[in-house]
Design a binder for this molecule. Structure first.
Ligand code: PMT
Length: 410
């Protein structure tokens, strides 16, 4: 007999906004829907609503100060950060947004949020002037870049008797968004995902190499998005300057040959492969043992082709396995991408015109067209690489993964 699925755990952080009273309703609804809720208030939120209300509604402690120790034997903010499936801050005040954006872990809420690797969802609620304040907008941009999720505030009459944007989204919307995010976390459970990312470096002599401008951001975003859906993720990456996402298997390689050797064993059991790496097509035919000296007459460089890793995977593809390639093009984007898709026997190829502003190498955004082997052609406009990754996952999901994509404001 299967053991029952444990309840989803949500930390509900409440910060100081008049909308704080609505968080009690949210806590109650979440508990009734089977979610285990761990409340945290900021000190100022406790001027609007009482911790006792949240303790009673959730049957859990409601800490405020970072030095409280409501969980025996545990460092509370770390325990909360590690033991939740989702961290929701409802409402998120201007002050809490500023503290999260600037790394100020001064109380239980901000310390737990900043230690948390689960998705963090913010439902801002504040006066229109505070919302439009350039400092708030800059902080929101930072938090979006850091990967926080948002439920945008709406426009309407505010408690300060003004009309404008800043009113926290209604409880029903937040409740649904939380459940959609929780459901999405399981949508790729049991799916084995292999992602390649970053450039390769092909050594020329002890101090030089051939490489390209790939930062790894696109591939890392795919790995992160798959992990957040519960997939079993392996990320094989060339040299990058960015930290790999937590909760995945990470393999660092340098050259195309090392990437091939690392990829092949994992690919054998992967359900889906995302080849976002910019693998060097050629390597220097010889690696000089000593630094090559300057030669007044110039010098020719002999190159040898590297194996095409993805084409190899295409020849070994298991029934049901999904192969997703990427095509970085500077001309004839779709024609070249389709040719690569077909010649490498891919199910999908993600074409990016790397000359377009905001697309391709070493930027935080991308603009892509996803081309399927059955003629599908889906254009995704300028979005953060993380958003692009989430949409790609929705498009190419293997049959055992089920869809639950939400349209959360981001
Ligand atoms: O890393 P970022 O800075 O975020 O940039 C993202 C990206 C532009 C690198 C990414 O979106 C992308 O387009 N990656 C593929 C780049 C590329 O090398 O494309 P290609 O057209 O050369 O290769 C086509 C496909 O074959 C790719 O999936 C590639 O991983 C694969 N390939 C290529 C050559 C080779 N020897 N082995 C391979 O497996």
């Amino acid at each position: 007999m299967n053991s029952p699925t444990p309840p989803k755990r949500v930390v509900l952080g409440v910060s100081a906004s008049i909308a704080a009273y609505k968080a009690a309703d949210l806590a109650s609804r979440l508990v009734k829907s089977g979610v285990e809720v761990f409340p945290i208030l900021t000190a100022d939120a406790a001027r609007f609503v009482q911790p006792a209300t949240f303790r009673a509604l959730t049957h859990h402690p409601c800490p405020i100060d970072i030095f409280e120790e409501p969980y025996p034997g545990e460092i509370a903010h770390i325990w909360l950060a590690r033991n939740c499936d989702l961290f929701a801050i409802v409402p998120a005040s201007m002050n809490v947004i500023a503290r999260l954006a600037n790394g100020l872990a001064e109380d239980m809420l901000t310390a737990a949020a900043m230690a948390c690797t689960a998705p963090i969802l913010l439902a801002p609620g504040m006066n229109t002037g505070m919302w439009n304040n350039p400092a708030t907008q800059a902080n929101l941009t930072k938090l979006r870049d850091y990967g926080y999720y948002f439920i945008e505030p709406t426009s309407g009459r505010l408690a300060c008797r003004t009309e404008g944007v800043g009113r926290m989204a209604d409880v029903e919307t937040i409740f649904n968004a939380i459940h959609e995010m929780l459901a999405r976390q399981d949508s790729w459970r049991g799916v084995k995902v292999l992602v390649t990312a970053g450039p390769t470096r092909e050594p020329l002599d002890p101090v030089r190499y051939l490489s390209n401008r790939s930062s790894g951001k696109m591939g890392y975003a795919l790995a992160e998005a798959a992990r957040l859906r519960g997939a079993d993720v392996t990320l094989i990456s060339g040299p990058t300057a960015i930290a790999p996402p937590g909760g995945i298997k990470f393999v660092r390689v340098e050259t195309a040959a090392e990437m091939r050797d690392a990829v092949l064993p994992y690919a054998a059991s992967a359900d889906i492969v995302f080849a976002a790496a910019a693998v060097a097509d050629y390597r220097p035919s010889e690696i000089a043992a000593q630094k090559i000296k300057k030669s007044p007459g110039g010098s020719a460089l002999a190159l040898s082709p590297n194996d095409d890793i993805l084409a190899l995977l295409g020849t070994q593809k298991r029934p049901g396995q999904v192969l997703v390639g990427f095509a970085a093009e500077t001309e004839n984007l779709l024609v070249s991408a389709r040719r690569k898709r077909d010649s490498k026997r891919l199910d999908w190829i993600v074409a990016n015109d790397v000359t377009a502003e905001g697309a391709g190498f070493d930027v935080d955004t991308n603009i892509v067209t996803v081309l399927g082997k059955d003629g599908e052609e889906i254009s995704l406009p300028l979005r953060t690489k993380r958003e692009v990754a989430e949409q790609i996952l929705e498009i190419v999901r293997p049959t055992q993964a089920h869809s639950s994509m939400s349209n959360l404001g981001r």
